[in-house]
Design a protein around this ligand. Structure first.
Ligand SMILES: [Fe+2]
Length: 233
C-alpha cells in the first residue's frame, strides 16, 4: 500500500522529533502493509525558500539513511506545499514535487476560498507541468460555502483523504462518499509522530473493510498504487 502523505523525516517540521521516532514510524508503517511512503514535510513559501527546504530535507534524509534496511518501505521525497497567492509565478516551487514523479501535494488555505484559488492552481499546473494532489480534502468542508466546496471536486486535481477521515465519525460519511463517487484518488496517514498522530493506515483499512468489504479495500489500495505508478517518470 502507498502512503502518500507523511511527516516522518526528523526535525523537518511539527512531525518526527528524532531519527529514533522516524524509524519507529517507518517500521510501524511497514507492519501495516505500507510498501511506499512519501515524505511530505510542510513547506511554507512565506518563510522559507524552496532551495533551503530542499537542503534541510536532504540533511534529514541523510541522517536516516544509515538506519534503513531493505525491508523498509520505499521512501520518496516530497513536500506538503501550503497554497499562497502568487504560487503560480514561483518556478522554484516546482522542485517540491514528489521526486521521481510529476505529482505535487498541495495544502489549501484554512480560510474561505474564492474561485481565484482554483484559477491560480490551474495556472500553477500549466506552468510547472505538475499534477496537483490536494491534501486532506475532508478538512475544509466546514470552512467553505457549500457551492465552492462542491466546485473543488470539478477541478482537474487529484484528491487525498487522511486515514483518519475514515476513522473519525465526523468525516467518515464524506470520505466514503468520495470513495464511492471515484473522487478519492489517494489516502495518506499524515502521520506526525508515534503517539498522537501515528501511522494509522491499518485503522482506515479496517473501517473500509467493515463499511464496504475487504475486496473494496484491496481494489482501492491497488488503484491508488496504479494511479501513482502512472505518474512515475
Ligand atoms: Fe500533512
Amino acid at each position: 500500500m502507498l502512503d502518500i502523505h507523511s511527516h516522518f523525516l526528523p526535525k523537518m517540521d511539527d512531525g518526527s522529533k528524532s531519527t529514533e521516532m522516524s524509524m519507529q514510524m517507518l517500521r510501524s508503517s511497514r507492519k501495516q502493509g505500507v510498501t511506499t511512503i512519501v515524505s511530505t514535510s510542510h513547506f511554507y513559501g512565506d518563510n522559507e525558500s524552496p532551495d533551503r527546504f530542499l537542503k534541510r530535507r536532504q540533511h534529514a534524509f541523510e541522517k536516516l539513511k544509515p538506519l534503513l534496511s531493505a525491508d523498509d518501505p520505499e521512501i520518496l521525497l516530497g513536500a506538503e506545499v501550503l497554497y499562497y497567492p502568487g504560487i503560480s509565478h514561483s518556478e522554484s516551487v516546482a522542485q517540491l514535487g514528489i521526486r521521481g514523479t510529476d505529482l505535487i501535494l498541495i495544502e489549501m488555505p484554512f480560510v474561505p476560498w474564492s474561485d481565484k484559488i482554483f484559477d491560480e492552481l490551474i495556472s500553477f499546473r500549466y506552468n510547472t507541468g505538475l499534477n496537483i494532489i490536494l491534501a486532506h480534502v475532508e478538512r475544509y468542508q466546514s470552512l467553505q460555502k457549500r457551492d465552492i466546496y462542491e466546485r473543488l471536486f470539478d477541478q482537474p486535481f487529484y484528491f487525498q483523504c487522511n486515514a483518519s477521515a475514515f476513522t473519525s465519525f465526523r468525516s467518515r460519511r464524506l470520505a466514503l462518499k468520495l470513495m464511492a463517487n471515484d473522487l478519492l484518488h489517494f489516502i495518506g496517514t499524515d502521520c506526525h509522530n508515534t503517539d498522537k498522530r501515528p501511522p494509522n493506515m491499518q485503522e482506515a483499512q479496517k473501517i473500509i473493510e467493515k463499511k464496504l468489504s475487504p475486496a473494496d479495500w484491496r481494489h482501492f489500495a491497488r488503484a491508488c498504487e496504479k494511479r501513482f505508478d502512472a505518474h512515475r517518470i
